[in-house]
Design a protein around this ligand. Structure first.
Ligand code: PMP
Length: 398
């Protein structure tokens, strides 16, 4: 017998981490695979179809050629940490010390993972808002934490003090919120954030705020970081992403800001997650935050127009479109259109109408509600209109 001839009796015998071994193919992969097969227009994928500013890419390209291309400091290049601290001061009046209160990560996803790992040990409870961005729960559970969900309810997807109080307890270590919220399209109001502040005040609960869509709030409303509420900065880890600000989602440059006692622990987790992030991309983002902040302003205007076109024409088709205040996403109830569940409806639309969406049930642990779909409108207006034409042709004549 040759070494290596002995195969494992089964995958189960390997005892891989069930959090990952039981994870099904992601809904995005499934719907995108079907979309490719049926040549459907893809409003499922959450990334723009136009790259952000050339100047960021030029700065990064020059740095790639001229170098150095070696490990930057684990917490990130000082020029970028400084630019992020300046951005927080300029837009929100928040003060962070770039020396030890800003950590650069490989995207917002790593930032969330680092923050969750920094906060929770096995048996601790982490509160999340459902519908939930797909990385949150598996990463919390892989760390051994127990997830407690606060389920937002349509039609308004409101966050209430009552719902928050119902899930917190002595084991709650952190509450993870996402505002503006993917997929609900909510930008939580000052009133809702104040409710959260009342709930955590006087406790040892940390609030982790995924604010990657901070510059995509519509109708002239401001983005309200939770850390700006009285007394809340000291218990908040605030997360951002350059991918979303500059339509460069493939760059995966993100950050976490927080009081130094918490930022230090996130940094310690980050150093063993990815250690650091491409120096060329960090320099590109530092340039963007300093010189290209008109880009997200114009992007928000374009996306707001897409949202309005979608809202108007989908409503005429019988979709019950939910209010959308921010992000790349809009949700709609389909129960006036069909008796099918969201998943079956989305598969049918790909096959028969040539348009790909995402069923919202994928964002709920229980799989319900199951009569909502998510439209991603971070695309050029012409593509959104083409998708609408296909839906109109299909649903009106079907
Ligand atoms: N958080 C939310 C709510 C998101 O929607 C996304 C991207 N879809 C991320 C985090 C990830 O950001 P990044 O690409 O910077 O990792």
């Amino acid at each position: 017998m040759v070494l290596g001839d002995n195969v494992f009796s089964s995958l189960d015998a390997l005892m891989p981490n069930p959090v990952f071994s039981r994870l099904p193919t992601s809904i995005f992969q499934h719907m995108t695979g079907l979309a490719l097969k049926h040549d459907a227009l893809n409003l499922g994928q959450g990334f723009p179809d136009q790259d952000g500013p050339l100047s960021l890419r030029e700065v990064a390209a020059r740095q790639l050629i001229e170098g150095p291309n070696q490990y930057p400091p684990s917490k990130g290049l000082l020029v970028l940490r400084q630019a992020i601290a300046d951005h927080a001061r300029k837009f929100y009046g928040l003060e962070y010390d770039p020396e030890d209160e800003v950590v650069i990560t490989s995207g917002g996803t790593e930032a969330v993972t680092g923050a969750l790992m920094a906060m929770a040990v096995a048996g601790d409870e982490l509160v999340m808002i459902e519908p939930t961005y797909d990385s949150y729960r598996p990463m919390a559970e892989a760390a051994g934490a127990i997830v407690k969900a606060v389920k937002l309810q349509a039609p308004d997807w409101q966050l209430t003090e009552e719902a928050l109080r119902a899930v917190i307890g002595p084991k709650t270590r952190a509450i993870l919120i996402n505002s503006p919220h993917n997929p609900a399209g909510r930008a939580f109001s000052r009133g809702e954030l104040e409710a959260l502040a009342r709930v955590v005040d006087g406790t040892d609960i940390v609030v982790i705020c995924d604010e990657v869509y901070e510059h995509l709030v519509y109708d002239g409303k401001p983005h309200i970081p939770f850390a700006t509420l009285p007394g809340m900065r000291q218990r908040t880890l605030k997360i951002g992403s350059a991918g979303k600000i500059f339509s460069l989602t493939g760059w995966k440059v993100g950050w976490v800001m927080g009081p130094r006692e918490l930022a230090r622990v996130v940094q310690n987790a980050h150093q063993f997650l990815t250690f650091t992030t491409s120096p060329a991309l960090q320099l590109g983002v530092a340039h963007g935050l300093t010189h290209e902040m008109d880009f997200p302003v114009q992007l928000a205007k374009r996306l707001q127009k897409n949202r309005d076109v979608l809202t108007e024409r989908l409503s005429k088709l019988g979709f019950d479109v939910q209010p959308c205040e921010g992000t790349y996403f809009l949700t709609a109830n389909i129960s006036r259109l069909t008796n099918e569940k969201d998943f079956a409806f989305c598969e049918r639309l790909i096959r028969e109408a040539g348009v790909a969406l995402i069923p919202l049930s994928a964002f709920f642990q229980s799989g319900t509600p199951d009569t909502f779909v998510r439209f991603g409108f971070c695309k050029q207006q012409s593509l959104v209109e083409q998708a609408l034409e296909r839906l109109e042709k299909y649903l009106v004549t079907a």
